[in-house]
Design a protein around this ligand. Structure first.
Ligand code: PMP
Length: 363
């Protein structure tokens, strides 16, 4: 096998080695076309097969019911922050946001820029976003246009373990950093969206899973490229989609499927995270997790050392040992290990060993 880094980047992040090797093999001559996927017409049969297979595989893996559409959109998860209020906050409707970190704040900010009515269903900012609110803390109303949550908070390292039942059936979730990491109760959501560059593939495509009845609710004054129904009516081929990103997405979905699907992926992710959380929990406070235990994420594991100086030393030595991407987000500092689906068990095991050795040396 190749010499691969222990890649703990938060996104873009590790891709499965098998997927990269497959893409390399197919790069200059895809399926005997004499072309790479990047050179195929997006209207060709060869490309369309890739596009449709990506949708089929995702629907199978996440057991997405027939009353949902899968859309491929560009502009990242960040464009969804704007498209959601543009499409759904018509007339008197209120967009209700649960604030659990910087990405939820950004989602709310875009609705405000558009001048739409907003509310905050709950926030955990007062404790520096170290936990997910309890379901009983949510202040929601059946009149809300939607309730928006961030299922996994990439920067703070918290994750929803249980999702609320929203009375008007309009729960929307940004699942950018934990989609495909575990089985999901899709029916609880009216819409789920995720930038691909963590668990799904390279950047360039955002996956949207949307209940079909929502497609009729779009504000008529919304430009075509910013309307969900434009994508739905045209199989996400209204204009040129990011063909290579969707091809890679298809390959990643095949890889997950071949390895036993999302239930098996969940089991592996729990095992990987446990290695590192154990190193934290058994360190007598040498490492301190940022998140409260019940809220901690299986995707982004955030922790601090005694002081900034020791954290710096930890990151420096980790880098020298070949670990990549362990710095906390620039807005919070500290350390963060992102253990997405494609991060192998071995990388987490190596990190745990490094943490134990580092502690012995610096206690
Ligand atoms: N939401 C979450 C939870 C994220 O982690 C990120 C990116 N790290 C975004 C939104 C923004 O995604 P993008 O860069 O695709 O716009």
């Amino acid at each position: 096998t190749l010499k691969r880094a222990y890649n703990f980047n938060a996104g873009p992040s590790a891709l499965p080695e098998e997927v990269l090797v497959k893409a390399q093999k197919e790069l200059v001559n895809f399926n005997e076309t004499g072309m790479s996927v990047m050179e195929l017409s997006h209207r060709s049969k060869d490309y369309e097969a890739i596009h449709n297979e990506a949708k089929t595989l995702l629907a199978e893996l996440l057991s997405i019911p027939d009353n949902y559409e899968i859309l491929f959109i560009q502009g990242g998860a960040s464009l969804q922050f704007s498209m959601i209020p543009m499409n759904f906050l018509t007339e008197e409707k209120v967009g209700n946001y649960v604030l659990t970190g910087s990405w939820s704040e950004k989602a709310l900010k875009e609705a405000k820029i558009l001048g739409r009515s907003t509310a905050v269903a709950a926030t955990t900012k007062e404790t520096n976003y170290n936990r997910i609110p309890k379901l009983t803390e949510l202040n929601v109303s059946p009149d809300d246009g939607y309730v928006h949550i961030t299922s996994n908070n990439t920067i703070f390292g918290t994750q929803w373990k249980e999702f609320p039942n929203i009375e008007n059936n309009m729960l929307i979730a940004d699942m950018s950093s934990d989609i495909l990491s575990k089985p999901l109760p899709i029916e609880k959501f009216s819409m789920i969206y995720a930038g691909a560059q963590k668990n799904l593939g390279p950047s360039g495509v955002t996956v949207v899973i949307i209940r079909k009845d929502l497609l009729e609710k779009t504000n008529e004054n919304t430009p075509s490229m910013l309307r969900y129904d434009t994508y739905a009516k045209n199989n996400s081929l209204y204009n040129t989609p990011p063909t290579f990103s969707i091809y890679m997405l298809k390959n990643v979905l095949q890889w997950v499927s071949e390895r036993g699907g999302v239930a098996e992926t969940d089991r592996r992710n729990q095992e990987k995270a446990a290695l590192i959380y154990n190193a934290i929990d058994e360190s007598n406070g040498f490492y301190q997790g940022h998140a409260e235990t019940e809220s901690r994420s299986l995707m982004n594991l955030t922790f601090n050392l005694r002081n900034e100086e020791l954290s710096k030393k930890f990151l420096q030595e980790a880098k020298e040992e070949g670990f990549v991407g362990l710095n906390g987000h620039r807005s919070v500092g500290g350390c963060r290990a992102s253990t997405y689906n494609a991060v192998p068990y071995e990388a987490c095991d190596q990190l745990q060993q490094f943490m134990t050795k580092f502690k012995k040396r610096h206690e």
